[in-house]
Write a protein that binds this ligand. Structure first.
Ligand code: C2E
Ligand code: CA
Ligand code: CA
Ligand code: CA
Length: 277
């Protein structure tokens, strides 16, 4: 048994060493990718129900890896978050999204928002309002054209620094949306403590729809909470017209999901947008 234990330990130590070096290698590669222009933003339409007119887009990061092809963020965002590289990545995402928002506002004349995902690390010991102030100045983007998607975990830390940054961003005119709403945490008290504009219902609630009665009830409850607090509500992961119809009937005005369009490279998204006008 002792021998076995030692083997296990050795195995574990080796595994750990491999993981650490993988991470270091990945961080280096990712830093290079940022410099080499291998990162790309895809855009997924956000639509108004019931007709499905495009009213915005969520920017979703992709890595056009020379060997591996298109890599989705679940494979590299966690490493970028652990190593702190997410700040540089995040800066690139914000700048790129703002430039696109400016361009789209020249070509589309209806209100149009670009939603961008933010990591907790971008708020902590980092002057995000100052950073965004400079980005909007440099790109000519208006804060009203951007929607900042944050997660519940950022708010649950109830950090004074985070609260102050959100107040400042909100005062500047950025819309603030809570992503993956309803997953993992259940404290609702933060909803009126922070300057929020939108709740994004997590796709796990939409998935069981409408067969799963419990999920249907939860979605109804979320929509009614949003209404009571005068928050906009958007459903993500909408895949069937049945789901869309049901959400609309419950009072949900906005949706995003494969039914309306997958995340697309910029040029393809722009063709979709042109057809929408
Ligand atoms: P998220 O913010 O929840 O983004 C929505 C994810 O759901 C996207 O995955 C999207 O492709 C996928 N999705 C959209 N519609 C549907 C649908 O109808 N059905 C299903 N099954 N899935 C759908 P993606 O692009 O792989 O992004 C994964 C996560 O990576 C995002 O989840 C977000 O948390 C993170 N992420 C993406 N871009 C960025 C970024 O620029 N910065 C940061 N910090 N995180 C990002
Ligand atoms: Ca939106
Ligand atoms: Ca998101
Ligand atoms: Ca989400």
């Amino acid at each position: 048994a002792k021998r076995q234990g030692r083997n296990n330990f050795q195995f574990y130590a080796e595994e750990l060493a491999v993981q650490v070096s993988d991470r270091t290698a990945m961080e280096g590669a990712l830093r290079k990718a940022l410099g080499n222009g291998e990162l790309e933003l895809y855009y997924q339409p956000q639509v108004a129900l019931p007709a499905g007119r495009i009213v915005g887009a969520e920017a979703l990061l992709r890595w056009r890896h020379p060997q591996e092809g298109i890599m989705t963020p679940d494979r590299f965002i966690p490493i970028a978050e652990e190593t702190g590289l997410i700040r540089d990545l995040g800066h690139w995402v914000l700048t790129t999204a703002c430039r696109r928002a400016v361009y789209w506002h020249r070509t589309v004349d209806s209100p149009f928002k670009v939603a961008v995902n933010l990591s907790t690390r971008q708020f902590v010991r980092n002057d995000l309002p100052g950073e965004l102030q400079r980005i909007v100045q440099d790109t000519g983007c208006r804060p009203e054209w951007l929607e900042l998607e944050i997660t519940e975990s950022l708010l649950l830390g109830n950090d004074a620094e985070v609260g102050a940054a959100l107040e400042e961003l909100h005062d500047m005119g950025f819309a603030i949306s809570i992503d993956d709403f309803g997953t993992g945490y259940s404290a609702l008290s933060y909803l009126n403590r922070f300057p929020l504009d939108q709740i994004k219902i997590d796709r796990s609630f939409i998935q069981g729809f409408p067969a799963d009665r419990e999920k249907v009830e939860l979605v109804k409850a979320i929509i009614s909470i949003a209404g009571a607090l005068q928050l906009e509500v958007i459903a993500e992961g909408v895949e069937t017209s049945h789901q869309a119809e049901y959400l609309h009937a419950q009072g949900c005005r906005l949706a995003q999901g494969h039914l309306f369009g997958r995340p697309l490279p910029q040029d393809r998204f722009e063709r979709l947008l042109a057809g929408n006008a």
